[in-house]
Ligand binder design. Structure first.
Ligand code: PLP
Length: 448
């Protein structure tokens, strides 16, 4: 089959203008380690971990074997009213691994659904304990929590969300601490200012608010924006002070991406609800989780006639294949010291990324562990962005593709989120391709 041609004829790809795809089509056929290969035989570094979800590389033998082993037992049975063996084992493991105080696991199949569940739980929690006026959420500027109607209602990225406004419920928006674009340019000032603004929203509206949504330590799809130290702790304190729930969305940052198993652990923060997914199954299968405190769980636990049940669930909730692979994935994390490895390699990656400042149009490089973003600007001195219509970020990643590296930009921020198993040599090779790609499309300074 001519896969390229057929893909143009029969597919509709996510978050993709198909007119652009038709000009730059690509069909992946295989992967090995941290590289993926297309149907034409070209190989690429998977520099965004197949959209942030691959820790160990592709075709990891142990994960393949865990999948085959589970296939010998059962692929899937429903979790409506019953449990299954790998789902129980995985939940027990997750309760052990997550910050103390998160005691219950509710499964779903994507980050967006994990968030959707968190929203319903937070809303219904208050109802179930007799508080009937809480119907709103506080989210953060440029937040991204998925693409379903509920999750976009707590999102704040105009380009993705604006068009669906008539379908969405309204959330309050507080600023995310974006030091590079804050008037002070100073992390401590940015932190203080943003916490004050969050406090103001809470002061005015806490009585009607179910929960505050936050992406801990680094905002992902909003542009790879790292929080100043102390901000997350500040959010936790404000949520406690104003008696609203805190939802930490760890879909992008969870499972070692930032150099700790969960990003909340950087500041010893325990949220009331935690959502995660992506790297949970080692990049193999769609399993996501929403974890809550025992207190929240107990608010739903009653006689059926009291109507406190959480009426939510998906056909593939708690899928056995996914849970079995996730368990093996977490075993590998321990065996291969995956998270410790990220922490150890982070300074090397930082050094490599800092060389990008040699380019005239690299305005800011932000990094937490193996999660990083490179912000391209038209004018480095004034921080003036490129007109969005120029699609500089997009053009740079197309250039990188020619150089054998695959990633996806967020506007003019180049995302670099390599698999956690990448070696220092891999990182060096990838950063050098990123540098050449940026240089090719901005071309105003000679490369060293
Ligand atoms: N929450 C955050 C913080 C994310 O970054 C994402 C996706 O990038 C999601 C939720 C949605 O996850 P999914 O694409 O698996 O639905």
């Amino acid at each position: 089959m001519d896969y390229i041609q057929k893909s143009k004829e029969v597919l509709w790809l996510p978050f993709t203008q198909m007119k652009e795809y038709d000009l730059n089509p690509l069909v992946i056929e295989s992967g090995q380690g941290i590289k993926i290969k297309d149907t034409e035989g070209n190989e690429y570094y998977d520099a965004n971990s197949s959209v942030w979800l691959n820790p160990h590389g592709h075709r990891k033998q142990e994960l393949n074997e865990a999948l085959v082993k589970q296939l010998g037992k059962i692929a899937h049975s429903t979790m409506l009213g019953m449990a299954n063996v790998p789902a129980v084992e995985l939940a027990a493991k997750l309760v052990d691994l997550t910050p103390k105080g998160l005691d219950r696991v509710f499964y779903s199949d994507s980050g967006a659904t994990a968030v959707e569940i968190a929203l319903k739980m937070a809303f219904q929690y208050w109802l179930n304990i007799g508080v009937t006026i809480r119907k709103r959420f506080i989210t953060m500027h440029n937040g991204y929590h998925g693409d379903t109607i509920g999750s976009i209602s707590v999102g704040d990225i105009d380009i993705y969300h604006q068009i669906y406004q008539p379908l969405m419920f309204q959330s309050f928006v507080a600023p995310y601490p974006y030091t590079y674009r804050h008037q002070s340019g100073d992390p401590e000032e940015t932190k203080k200012d943003c916490l004050e603004q969050l406090k103001k929203v809470l002061e005015e509206h806490h009585d009607e608010v179910c929960a505050v949504m936050v992406e801990p330590m680094m905002q992902g799809a909003g542009g790879m924006v790292n929080m100043p130290p102390g901000f997350l702790k500040g959010v936790r304190e404000l949520c406690t002070q104003y008696n609203v729930l805190m939802i930490a969305d760890e879909v992008a940052v969870g499972f070692g991406r930032t150099g700790k198993l969960f990003a909340c652990m950087h500041e010893s923060v325990v949220p009331d609800i935690l959502t995660a997914g992506k790297m949970l199954t080692g990049g193999y299968l769609p399993v996501a989780i929403t974890m809550v405190s025992e207190g929240i769980y107990q608010a739903f636990y009653d006689d059926y006639e009291k109507m406190k049940t959480l009426f939510h669930g998906h056909s593939y909730t708690g899928n056995q294949l996914g849970c079995a692979v996730a368990l093996e994935n977490l075993r590998l994390y321990e065996k291969e010291r995956t998270v410790e490895g990220v922490a150890e390699k982070t300074p090397f990656m930082k050094k490599q990324l800092e060389t990008l400042y040699e380019l005239d149009h690299v305005g800011d490089v932000r990094q937490v562990g193996f999660m990083s973003g490179i912000e391209l600007v038209k004018n480095k001195q004034t921080k003036e962005p490129y007109p969005w219509q120029e699609r500089i970020g997009w053009k740079a990643t197309l250039e990188m593709r020619k150089l054998g590296l695959m990633t996806r930009p967020i506007g003019d921020v180049i995302v670099f989120m390599p698999p956690l198993a990448s070696t220092e040599e891999d990182i060096k090779q990838m950063v050098s391709r990123i540098k050449k790609g940026i240089y090719q499309v901005t071309k105003e300074v000679s490369i060293r």
